[in-house]
Design a protein around this ligand. Structure first.
Ligand code: NAI
Length: 458
């Protein structure tokens, strides 16, 4: 490693960075990880996936007790919730996980460097005044919420997902701009806790990355739960008042105003490369602000790699982790495997949405001759026993090869069930492989098998 301080220096400790650091240490490389926050884990663990899932669970448990326990002969009178206690539970879960990473770092002798990293030259990084050199550097600095120019985040009335995960009270009226994963998940949390929620989305569909049939069903179910949708709507401006926010919105070619006590802006995230001084390392960003990399996560500097939200592709924690492992294994001279067609995408609404591979529209746009099979949970014994009969599984196969090319589902526990689709995609399984595989009975997963049988035409 010549005269470098470290063999691998990872910038950022989110699910991309900390996983990369752990793998590098496991492979025997002298490793350090820089993090500007006080805790490890990045957005996902501190202010993203994990805290949102904690609040989604608490609010869902409350709603089950109030709305659905009665269906199972359970009478609970006067059920209440304590937002502060839910927030404390969320904080305890986060602390347990981020402390866990710190312990793993210690155990694997990964040096933890706290501060903001910026390049001085291609092998040297400044961390709050301290110079550190490394043979290989992995940029894993993640992403940040995009704000609207006329509605800057104050994290009180105009909140990003970070602020929305720490509200002190349940808003009476919550306006959500953007019907992506963050929008529909956090809208669900506060709707369950009593907010009146309206979602304003500029496209004609919610969750546009998902298969159209799934989006339609999700919107129907969320609407039934009480969320109001304004699709094809354009937010023109906003005024922050003392106790509310007023939005001017163009909807169905007419101007209208909407007022809420809190506005969540969830219009996407952008790569976070601020302060890195990439030019000092001889690197430039793509026009969209991503760090350009080749198929091996190498930037224009062959010893500097980039993974996760700072590079093009879906901004998903598990994608970042897989890329982190792959990049480190390449540095160590190992062969590695990452199949982008087999990266699942999940939305944690109730019911959940999960997908892997191509949507029907993507498959048709690619000119593929496809077969499709659908099976509904209302015909599934286990779903009936658990009172979770909403939704369906849709599988898409390529006709000639019979290969699975996409699996889409909306239903209870879809986040867990999609693992079957992920493995089937990764291992290039056919529709027949899934249709003939003996699935446990009674289980929700039988719906996957039946969707495959329907696609097969038997
Ligand atoms: P997103 O990109 O998923 O959705 C943003 C939505 O806002 C889109 O539907 C877009 O059409 C809409 N939009 C954009 N500008 C708008 C405007 N001016 N007015 C109205 N609508 C507008 O972004 P989101 O939900 O903020 O999430 C950010 C990232 O985090 C995504 O990449 C997402 O995949 C990831 N994430 C993943 C989660 C999961 O895996 N469950 C949970 C939360 C976030």
């Amino acid at each position: 490693m010549a005269n470098y301080d470290f063999q691998v220096l990872v910038l950022g400790s989110g699910p991309g960075g900390y996983v990369a650091a752990l793998r590098a240490a496991e492979l025997g490389m002298k490793t350090a990880c820089v993090e500007k926050m006080e805790t490890l884990g990045g957005t996902c663990l501190n202010v993203g996936c994990i805290p949102s899932k904690a609040l989604l669970q608490s609010s869902e448990s409350y709603e089950f007790i109030v709305e659905r326990a009665g269906e199972q002969g359970i009478a609970v009178k006067g059920a209440t919730f304590d937002l502060d206690a839910m927030m404390k539970r969320k904080a305890t879960i986060v602390k347990g996980l981020v402390d866990g990473i710190a312990m793993l770092f210690k155990g694997k002798k990964i040096e933890r460097l706290q501060g903001t990293a910026k390049f001085i030259d291609p092998h040297t990084v400044d961390i709050n005044g301290k110079k550190v050199t490394a043979e290989n550097i992995i940029i894993a600095t993640g992403s940040e919420s995009i704000s609207l120019p006329f509605l800057p985040f104050d994290e009180k009335r105009v909140v990003s997902s970070t602020g929305a995960l720490s509200l002190k009270t349940v808003p009476k009226k919550l306006l959500v701009i953007g019907a992506g994963a963050i929008g529909v998940e956090l809208a669900s949390v506060y709707r369950r806790l009593g907010s009146k929620v309206s979602i304003i989305e500029m496209l004609d569909t919610i969750t546009p990355a998902m298969d159209a049939a799934i989006c339609k069903q999700l919107q129907t179910l969320l609407k039934k739960q009480g969320i109001e949708f304004y699709l094809g709507a354009k937010v023109k401006s906003g005024i922050i008042n003392d106790a509310s926010v007023t939005l001017s919105v163009e909807y169905e070619n007419k101007p209208m105003t909407m007022e809420g006590d809190v506005v969540l802006v969830a219009v996407g995230r952008r790569p976070y490369t601020k302060a890195l001084d990439l030019d000092k390392a001889g690197m430039t960003l793509s026009p969209k602000g991503f760090v350009p990399v080749d198929a091996n996560f190498r930037t224009t500097q062959p010893h500097i790699y980039a993974i996760g939200d700072v590079i093009e592709g879906p901004m998903l924690a598990h994608k970042a982790s897989s890329e982190g492992i792959a990049a480190v294994e390449l540095i160590a001279g190992h062969e590695t495997h990452l199949n982008y067609m087999a990266i699942p995408n999940v939305i944690y609404t109730h019911p959940e949405v999960a997908a892997v591979g191509l949507t029907e529209a993507e498959a048709r746009a690619a000119g593929l001759d496809i077969i499709i099979g659908t099976s509904f949970f209302r015909g599934n014994g286990r779903a009936r026993c658990s009172g979770e009969t909403d939704g369906f599984v849709k599988v898409i196969g390529e006709k000639k090869s019979n290969r699975l090319i996409g699996m889409h589902m909306i239903g209870a526990h879809a986040s867990e069930m999609i693992a079957e689709g992920m493995l089937a995609m990764d291992k290039k399984a056919t529709i027949a492989d899934i249709a003939y595989a003996c699935h446990a009975h009674p289980s929700l997963s039988e719906t996957i098998m039946e969707a495959a049988q329907a696609a097969k035409g038997s």
